[in-house]
Structure formats: C-alpha cells, structure tokens
Design a protein around this ligand. Structure first.
Ligand code: ASC
Length: 128
C-alpha cells in the first residue's frame, strides 16, 4: 500500500535512521563515551526492538530502483533476507529484556549480538 517505490524507500530508511540513532546512543553508553543511564538505555532498547519490525515492510518489489543502498540481491534472495531480518528482531527483543535485567554483562552481550545481526545484513545486502 505504498503509492510509489520512493515511499517504500523513505519508510524503511526512516526506520533505519531511528534504529541507528537509538542503537548508537546505547553503544556510546556501553563504551563509556557518555554516562550510562539504565532507564534511558532500556527505553532505547525497547525502541530498537519495536523499530526492528518496521523496515522489512518497505522492501517491496521494484524498490531496488531509486535513492537506495539496497542491493537487488535482497529480492532474489528474499527468504534469506527475511530470515536475517527476523534474527535481528529476535536479538533486539533479547536486548530489550537484558536492558531491563540490570545485568550490564548481559546487556553488552545482547548489544554485541544485535550489532552482529545489523552487520551480517549490511555485508550481504547493502551497497558500500
Ligand atoms: C550501528 C550502526 C550500524 C550497526 C553496525 C553494527 O550503530 O549504525 O549500522 O551498528 O555498525 O556492526
């Protein structure tokens, strides 16, 4: 139900932009680049978990053409792409739980796994 391919591209890029903003701030806290705040960290983790569900909808057929870094391989390997998106969503959900646990070690582990799932998809499906 996007009018144009460009609308689908805007939609997914908006979601990725919000994911990067929230995830990046969590990374800054874990790496000691800014003060760790458990409440903000948990809010950001919740945001990422919710946002992780959004981009996939924007990868509609034909939206490899336009102002996008998405590789055409996404649509020829859609099952693998969707599986990687699902792994990201699962890792983000685990990160949101870890954030509420108060256990910094768990948070770091879950943050690392989530970042790995970002990267595995970028390596396979994003122009560099
Ligand atoms: C980020 C960000 C990404 C991922 C990736 C993880 O903060 O913007 O694209 O983490 O670098 O490896």
């Amino acid at each position: 139900n996007f009018k144009e391919a460009d609308d689908a591209i805007d939609y997914r890029q908006s979601a990725f932009s919000m994911i990067a903003h929230n995830f990046g701030d969590m990374g800054a806290m874990l790496k000691g680049k800014k003060e760790f705040n458990a409440e903000i960290f948990a809010m950001r983790a919740e945001n990422v978990a919710a946002l992780s569900k959004l981009p996939v909808e924007g990868f509609v057929a034909g939206s490899d053409k336009g102002d996008t870094e998405a590789l055409a391989k996404i649509w020829s390997d859609k099952a693998d792409f969707d599986a990687k998106m699902k792994t990201f969503q699962e890792n983000a959900a685990i990160l949101a739980l870890a954030a509420k646990s108060g256990d910094k070690k768990e948070m770091k582990k879950a943050f690392g796994n989530t970042g790995k799932s970002c990267k595995s998809c970028h390596d396979a499906y994003k122009k560099d």
